[in-house]
Design a protein around this ligand. Structure first.
Ligand code: ADP
Ligand code: LRH
Length: 475
């Protein structure tokens, strides 16, 4: 049996998973999160690399390894290939005001026409413009490309993740040299592009010695969301997805980008998927709202809180989950309470009430993004596939089905790692194409179906409350 390993770095945990042709097993899981160092919020990428090597050692020999992670963040290498500093975390505030300055200089419509990307304050393009080490940089490597470089010694930029930089041409999927030049960014730092399935190289001899075996490393859809969408267990085109972890990425899969003014105004993104597909989606703030609330309640268990939240009064308090005030780390319950007060609502009075507020607000965020994606693209949607860690949250799945008025199929929870290994299996000639990948994903673990059962008028009224309250502006 040919085995493949996925290195999958999420914002809340990293894991090394092994595919044996039928299912995935976890070789190693380790926590991840922001660290403060040298005046910035950063990722401890060297510690992550040590965990990855440990995971690969535990995984045992495989035919190939693939690496994916969250998008947009990068490390800079100097001319000798050394990392200049730990990557800055996308929740750091160094990009405050930069998107507005760029829009004033280049024009927001023109930027969108080139890259098709939604404006998020942390897009790589804005981070690079806030960078103080560019002069010393020979290469900019997005996080999975940096890990692949350390594993193999080979430099490149995988295209699905490159599409989140704001500097990739959405039509040609090549670096947007004209835009890069106009923004005064050095062309030399953008490495040659590679596509999912391309060979990257073999483990460096010293890496192979450390893990105890050797293998090739294959480019996968290295943007975690692209891998997750590749493993959505859909059996036709009429589906929406929510890739639900730290973020909820909610939208549809299309054969070509939608670059309309209406899509830009709604801040929809056209990110690159595998096989030329387009992930037409919006970022919804996701389970970050819950993760960060949990940090404020030491000792509270997730399972008990979710159970209690299920018994809380519906629609007692709602917030716009995408309010920029929720983006940075910090006291999340206090910020939710402040948003409730600002919009004339009584703040939740207990942790379960906060959790109820977060999950209903998120379900409404999913509804808004999915309905807008369908309307803006013309794609009809019969079912919502909710994948990622959030698919283990039965209350959130039920609320999402009720809010959308559509069935939700929940799972796989490890869709990202599945998409990662299945691209490798396809590159090895063991899997035929996207349809077979999706069939394998559907068979790889239990899926749960939630039929919409809620009161549609109550959800319409809840949405109107959020829309009325979002005067502060959402992404
Ligand atoms: P990321 O890749 O962004 O780190 P994951 O896809 O791993 O995120 O999802 C992590 C989230 O999944 C957690 O924040 C948590 O809310 C949710 N989750 C994980 N396990 C469970 C569970 N057993 N029950 C409910 N929610 C869960
Ligand atoms: C999800 C994700 C998302 C990006 C964000 C930075 O993990 O990759 O698609 O917008 O992280």
């Amino acid at each position: 049996m040919t085995r493949f390993a996925a290195v999958d770095l999420g914002a809340s945990s990293g894991r090394v998973m092994v595919w044996d042709g039928r299912g995935l097993t976890e070789a190693h899981r380790f926590p991840n999160g922001p660290v403060r160092a040298r005046g910035r919020l950063r990722w401890d990428v060297r510690a992550l690399y040590r965990e990855i090597l440990h995971g690969l050692r535990r995984a045992g020999p495989v035919a190939s390894v693939g690496v994916d992670s969250w998008a947009v963040d990068y490390g800079l290498l100097d001319a000798s290939g050394r990392l200049l500093d730990d990557p800055v975390h996308y929740r750091d505030d160094r990009t405050a005001g930069i998107a507005e300055r760029v829009a004033a200089r280049v024009g927001a419509a023109e930027l969108y026409d080139v890259s098709g990307l939604q404006v998020l304050p942390f897009n790589t393009v804005y981070q690079l413009l806030a960078e103080d080490r560019l002069d010393a940089a020979a290469a900019m490597l997005l996080v999975p490309d940096l890990i692949a470089y350390w594993l193999t010694g080979e430099i490149g930029a995988e295209v699905t993740n490159a599409s989140t930089t704001g500097l990739l041409d959405v039509r040609t999927r090549a670096w947007a040299s004209g835009l890069i030049g106009r923004l005064g960014l050095p062309e030399r730092i953008f490495p040659p592009l590679r596509r999912p399935g391309d060979p990257i190289g073999s483990l460096r001899p010293e890496t192979a010695r450390e893990v105890g075996w050797t293998s090739r490393v294959t480019a996968v859809a290295s943007h975690d969301t692209a891998s997750a969408v590749a493993a959505v267990p859909a059996d036709g085109p009429r589906f929406a997805y929510v890739s639900c972890g730290t973020w909820s990425l909610a939208g549809v899969e299309l054969p070509a980008p939608v670059l309309t003014e209406a899509g830009r105004a709604a801040n929809f993104t056209n990110e690159a998927g595998i096989d030329g597909t387009v992930r037409y989606l919006r970022n919804v703030m996701g389970l970050w709202l819950l993760q960060e609330s949990l940090r404020a309640w030491p000792g509270a268990g997730l399972e008990g809180l979710l159970e209690a939240a299920g018994r809380e009064r519906p629609f007692a308090a709602l917030v716009d989950p995408d309010a920029p005030v929720f983006l940075p780390p910090g006291d999340m319950p206090a910020r939710i309470a402040a948003e409730c007060r600002r919009t004339g609502q009584e703040p939740p009075a207990s942790p379960p009430a906060f959790v109820r507020c977060v999950l209903e607000s998120l379900a409404l965020g999913h509804r808004r993004a999915i309905r807008q994606a369908a309307a803006l693209s013309g794609r009809e949607v019969d079912v919502v596939h909710l994948v990622g860690g959030g698919s283990r949250n039965a209350l959130l799945c039920r609320l999402t089905a009720d809010a959308c008025g559509l069935p939700v199929v929940a799972g796989p929870a490890e869709a990202t790692a599945l998409g990662n290994v299945l691209v490798q299996a396809r590159a090895a000639g063991l899997v035929s194409g996207l349809a077979e990948m999706r069939a394998l994903a559907a068979g790889a673990g239990p899926l749960r179906r939630y039929e919409p059962s809620g009161d549609a008028a109550a959800w319409d009224a809840a949405e109107a409350r959020i829309t009325a309250g979002s005067a502060a502006g959402a992404f």
